[in-house]
Structures are given as C-alpha cells and as structure tokens.
Design a protein around this ligand. Sequence first.
Ligand SMILES: *Cc1c(COP(=O)(O)O)cnc(C)c1O
Length: 427
Amino acid sequence: MSNVFKPDTLCVQGGWSPKKGEPRVLPIYQSTTFKYETSDQMAKLFDLEESGYFYTRLQNPTNDAVASKICALEGGAAAMLTSSGQAASFYAMFNICSAGDHIVSASTIYGGTFNLFAVTMKKLGIEVTFVDQDAPVDVIAKAFQPNTKALFAETISNPGLSILDIEKFAQIAHSQGVPLIVDNTFATPINCRPFEWGADIVIHSTTKYMDGHASSVGGAIVDSGNFDWNAYPGKFPGLTEPDASYHGLTYTESFGKGAYITKATVQLMRDLGSTQSPQNAFLLNLGLETLHLRVPRHCENALKVAQYLEGKEEVAWVNYCGLKGNKYYELGQKYMPKGSCGVVTFGLKGGRDVAIRFMDSLKLAAIVTHVADARTSVLHPASHTHRQLSDEQLIAAGVAPDLIRFSVGIESADDIIADIEQALANK
Ligand SMILES: *Cc1c(COP(=O)(O)O)cnc(C)c1O
C-alpha cells in the first residue's frame, strides 16, 4: 500500500492489499517452508538472483506484510521484523559493526540496550562510548574514533524520558560519517518520525505500544535508505564489498536502498535466527490497527496524571515533557507536538521505601516489568529493570534511585488518578 496515505489509514490497512478472492485479513502463514516447481527456481533464491520465500527463518509473508506497514508508518525504504526489540538493536548494530569497531551511544537508554552495548557487544570486540545526549555538539563529537560505525539514541528514553534533539544528533553522526540509529519505541511513528529529522535507521521494540496489549514480544528495524554507505570507502565493507557467502554479491550494488535490510535478512537472520513467529506478527498487526487511536489516548491520560501528581504535596518531583516547565518541554513541542508517550516518572518524598509502599498499595495499576501497555502498569527501575546498574550508572542512565515509572494506560483517567490518590493515602 502506498505511502501517500495518512498514518491512520496505514495503521488499519497498510502492508496487506489482498487481490481477488484473497483473505481480507492478513493471514498467518504458519509454514516454515515454501514450495517451488523446479530445482532451478529454488537455486535462484539461494543466489539472491530472485526474491521469494523459501524458509521462515529468513522471511515469511505474514512478517513481511507487518514489516511493510511499519516501514510505511515510519516513511522508510525497507524494514524487517525481529523476535524482540533487543534483537532489533543488536542486528541494527551488528549489520555494520564487527570486532575492532566502536559505536557511540546516548547514556540514557533502556537498561537492556545498555547491557547489550556495554557487556555483550564488548565480548564480541565492539566497544561503546556513552555520551550525555544533552551535551554540546563539540563535546559529543570527541567520543568519535576512526573506527566508529554508528551513533545510537532513543527518541524518548526509557525510563529517563529525555527527549532526543534528533537534528543535533543527525548532524553529529553525519559530520562523523556514520548513520544515526534511533530507537523510536516510546514515541511511535504516530508521534514522531525520526527520518524527517535526519535519522538514518529506526528500531522498535514492537512489544510496547505497537503491540499495545502485552501479548507478543517483537522488534522491527526500518531503514530510511538515505545513508550513503559508498561515500566512505572501506568503512562499511559488509555492505559495499563482495559477500563470499553469496558468490561475491555486493549489497549496495544489487539492492540500492534495500541493501542494509537485505544484508540483515540474508546474513544475520540466516546465521543467527531471531526471526519473529508469524503468529506473533499477526497479533502485532492487530495492535497496529489501533495504534493511531491508542497513542493519543495514552498521551491525554498521561498528561492528566502528570498534572495531578504535580499538585500533590507527597510528590517530590514529576517528569513528563508535556508539563510546562519540564526540561524537555521545548524539544517535546518541536519533535512530538501531538504528545510524547504514556509514561510518566516521579519520585515521592521519603524516597525508595515510600516508593515501594506506594506501589504495593496500588490496586488498578499493576506491578509488571512491562511498559507501554493498554493497562496501567508501574515499576521501580532501581529495584527491577535496572538492578544490575551501580548508583553512578543509574544517574547516568537518567534513573534516580527513587524514580517510579508509571505507564499510563487507556482506561479512564479518573479511575487511574483515584487509584494513585488512594495509594498515596495508604502508603
Ligand atoms: C523494551 C524496550 C527495548 C527492548 O525490547 P524487547 O522487545 O523487550 O526486547 C528496547 N528499547 C526500548 C526503548 C524498550 O522500551
């Protein structure tokens, strides 16, 4: 379906345009394998001379339809699904980095991604330098080395809720000759489309708002097709030099704007797996069909909750970029004028212990690891998702030890606020 449609239409109908007599609803192609008439037809697929499905570890029609919906929503050139957001972040990097390379990342990122970069990728010989995303351009530029291959950040950081100055980051990345990779999980393309501000690659944990119902873990990588890999000879050899595992084919030559996603599919998916199951892709698609309705409601409810918290005596601080006077209010207005996300963070007077008693007193809001769900949920990162980080790392990640991450759902805002009210009274 063409990108000329508005996001609301793409959410509902993008990715799947049935022809005469075909199912109206995207079918689940629950098949590992695909049939051909002649041995030669199959051989051409293995040589990447023709495109077609042969094994679901690499590609599946259900997954591709959902990927193309997400691609259209982001305004990208090519996209793929992955089994999780973590797999999307890893593949997005590993597709252009190998042992001996280096990446630069904002420090205020999701704890799982922080671990992936700082611990696991380090074991593969890829080093990371974390930077303060709010630092001036020249300070951030100092983190780059001749072997740096990418700059990474989140549009809205989880759980710090820092808003990324995407244009500033794109300018830094491009002046250093590397792509800007942005995790757009919290904003979703309904509120922000990072490609319009110069980002080159977007990744998602589709587990969050996109699925929206906490039913399926998944991820996506979308390429804008705008980064010119050939402009830097020798820097991205995986894309611009022949691949021995496909008879010396060169991705940028053969696939143009599809080079990056094709390589990630036919090399990384082939060798490492981490494909999304077609069943999960089907569920993700059902979630996407209402993304444009749910996201504004999350934002509306979150703003009401943030404004309520701001007025409460027991509350030490509230962070939500929709609040006037918030450190990120202006950046929020610039990059996501319709709203940011449904997540609000705050601290209670009395710190950690009071935070835990407050959470235990909530009745409607559930204590779960999950975030960005239709149901209101709550978490204390210092005790849960970010347990592995030291206090210094917590502060660098924008996570105060007393921070409560409150993921406002799409229930009645009155009921959510009443629940907070009674928990504050009973803590
Ligand atoms: C949850 C999350 C991830 C990781 O995604 P999974 O689907 O849980 O693997 C990455 N980035 C952000 C911003 C997230 O919130």
